[in-house]
Ligand binder design. Sequence first.
Ligand code: ADP
Ligand code: MG
Length: 774
Amino acid sequence: MVVPEQGQARKKRRSNGSADAHAAAEKRKQIDAERRQLPAWAARDRLLELLQQHRTLVLVGETGSGKTTQIPQFLLNARFGPTKSGSAATAATNGPAAAATEEGQAPQPASTSGRNHNGSGNVIAVTQPRRVAAMTVARRVAEEMGTPLGQQVGYAIRFEDITSPSTRIKYLTDGLLLREALLDPLLSRYRVVIIDEAHERTVHTDVLFGLLKGVQARRGDDFRLIVMSATLDAARFVDYFPGAVAALIRGRQFPVQVMYTARPEDNYLDAAINATLQVHADEGEGDILVFLTGQDEIDSAERLLKDRLAALPRFDGTAPGAGAGGGEGGTSGGAEEGAAAAVAAAGAAASRRELLVLPIYAALPPEQQMKVFEPAPPSFRKAILATNIAETSITIPGVRFVIDTGHVKSRDYNARLGLESLAVVPVSQAQARQRSGRAGREGPGKAYRLYTEADFGQLEATTPPEITRCNLSSVVLQLKAMGIDDVVNFDFMDPPPKTAVLRSLELLYALGALDPAGKLTPGIGARLARLPVDPMYGRVLLAAAEMGCGVEAVAVVAMVAAENVFHMPRQKEREWRAARLKFVSREGDHITLLHVFRGFREIPKENNKARTTWCSDNFINIRALRKAEDIYDQLVRCLGHPSPPGLGLPLSSCMGGLASATAAAGGLAGVGGGGGGTEDTTPLRRALTAGLFPHAARLQPDGSYRVIATGRQVFLHPSSVLLERKPDCLVFNELMHTTRTYAREALAIEARWLPELAPAFFAAKAGAAVGAAS
Ligand code: ADP
Ligand code: MG
């Protein structure tokens, strides 16, 4: 929703000294030269020609060939961009500032932005499965075009819209485009939709495929679809879309020597650190890219690496990493995929270089994300610690060495148990190949797989499409809201398991979103579909609005959505535990999060310094809190806004409101509540139960919990505030598998509320009727 003040930004640019202008011009010249070297440039004219003749183009090209950053610019500058004028410079002056403000305050991303006078849009949409990719790529393309981000080039992700009426290239997550289709089923503001990273086959991408087929049929020649993929299986896509053609961008790929460990590693994190140090010590020029699974892991790897580096002897000409590697990293050279073997060892020279450790993952602040793209200073080598974001979505220049832990964090859904979880799982062979390929972008490279060659042989060939292994309730709800009632027979490229569809229908029925015939209910169902949160949390918000605790429930949902609120360094466990005590509620993590949010809101927004201090004193991640505040404001608008897509639900507070910031934003009378005093959380806990009931669990004699709906045994996560005094009955946010299944973020509730708040679910045989109806 942040729209840069266009006028000011432009003026500032003009009035800056000529030295700055000169430097900027030089930088652009250099970028321009780099762009022209990209394989996509060689294919430009042919691609534009193909797109004149065909309504669907399936474009396959090696990662890094310029698909994501260049193709939209080609279209913009050819006739597939703005219908009136294709010039970048003229389009930038179109957006009146007043309109930008209006857009910025719209409760949901969809509005008339970018629509021209003919009623048909001229915007180019490019979807990305990942938020980070949408953000970094948009930033890069804005830089290439020499325009401020958010004007001609912008991005939109859930809860964040950096676009304006002058935006012509819009990067957005596939999930968000799906939401937009709810309000604008013909996607009429887009002239071209590019589904990028199609090989990833996220559930949103797969549903978009089906919808876009319909859009094409109805919009005809007015609309173009481009499906871009980094793997060679174009045939699937060509078969699926009528009249589609495939085109291949011939990339450059240098040979990559693939190495495996001789024995399986007990701990891939340690192994990755050893391997990084070893490569740094033994190998010549080139940056190192390490694939890990998530933020926690990357944070600890960064710390461990820095500690180990600090302990190493320096500049003595010996290869310190060899010792530090502890003899573990014995890699055997099994060459795969036509690799050329000879790579000169640069030994002592390399050991003189310093290692610059840079993380990249979704929750990292954008300034830090951008650091991975900057070349390492002369005497440095970069070691980039990445999630699988670096597998295909973003290309980091300079990488010659890849270290693949062989693991990835993946959503998994057990339809029989109706439970979704996030788990660290082995990668597929296709993913392993993609990862290794990152080393051969600029010259011959080396990939170290931290598993044995035999283990590689045991991996799945490819990752099954997400739609076959995820909770479908949100997607099914959206299809229903678009009038697609027969979800089971929807034109999926790969249909989801029938049990998963039935489970989601049951759940939506239990939430009150569907009637017994499987039709969207005009009250709850239609509202849930419009809320930009999972239907279970959406139901929490609707129940809360009714029960008079909307303000608190929105705060809780915002805090849950913001993720990683507490910063919990392992070395300072006692300190953060003590700090957290101030906020802890014996009723659970949700109430604890509410206390944190309230504390934060008590410090006025303008007093940034006080907020920063407060957060660091309390081991709280200020970015998460800012994000939560943003989400809070948006959800309040979304619920309260009188006309669609707003729901027109006034919110009130059951606990004395939040601090004054709330009163200003939401028009609510609230007095600074503070953490102390007696507070009755019952209405709020009941509202949370009204949505989270499928995740209700009862305490067992052995201290574990049993999920009521499924009978599954789970354990309370060690970070939960309920651990010290376990309640008889609770609801939790999500499950996580590591060595066993943990319930994360839990709330104490009364068991007797369950049949009262979710009668359809807890009465025997609930949902059978829905299942049968579809
Ligand atoms: P593809 O989509 O085909 O994988 P991209 O369009 O993402 O390729 O990237 C093309 C090239 O642009 C890459 O080789 C990379 O070096 C460069 N590039 C992309 N993003 C950035 C960035 N943020 N900073 C610097 N270079 C970038
Ligand atoms: Mg790309």
